[in-house]
Write a new protein. Structure first.
Length: 113
């Protein structure tokens, strides 16, 4: 069992930057970030493999960057040029095999206009 803990959420103004962190209790393979806004389904923001292969949702490409430090079992989500529509609870997740098996508790990001 792997536990994930996110941190770094908060309230920012549009155009600002924010970095989320995810601490894993053990070694994991692919890590990802998801978000869920009120009244909407959870959506993928992006993911990163242990070998640092990344992919991103179209809505965040060019603004968000995912990175990780395998030595510390950490993943990060650097968010730039934030927009009000980025407001959501952001979740860190990790795969076991091909399934997103492990999830964090989520951290709120609110972007004011």
């Amino acid at each position: 069992q792997v536990h994930l803990v996110e941190s770094g959420g908060g309230l920012v103004q549009a155009g600002a930057s924010l970095t989320l962190s995810c601490a894993a209790s053990g070694s994991v393979t692919t890590m990802g970030w998801f978000r869920q806004a009120p009244g909407r389904e959870r959506e993928s923001v992006g993911s990163i493999t242990r070998g640092a292969v990344r992919d991103y949702a179209e809505s965040v490409k060019g603004r968000f960057t995912i990175s990780r430090d395998n030595t510390k079992n950490m993943a990060y989500l650097q968010m730039n040029s934030l927009r009000p529509e980025d407001t959501a609870v952001y979740y860190c997740a990790a795969k076991r095999g091909s399934t997103w098996q492990y999830w964090g508790q989520g951290t709120q990001v609110t972007v004011s206009s």
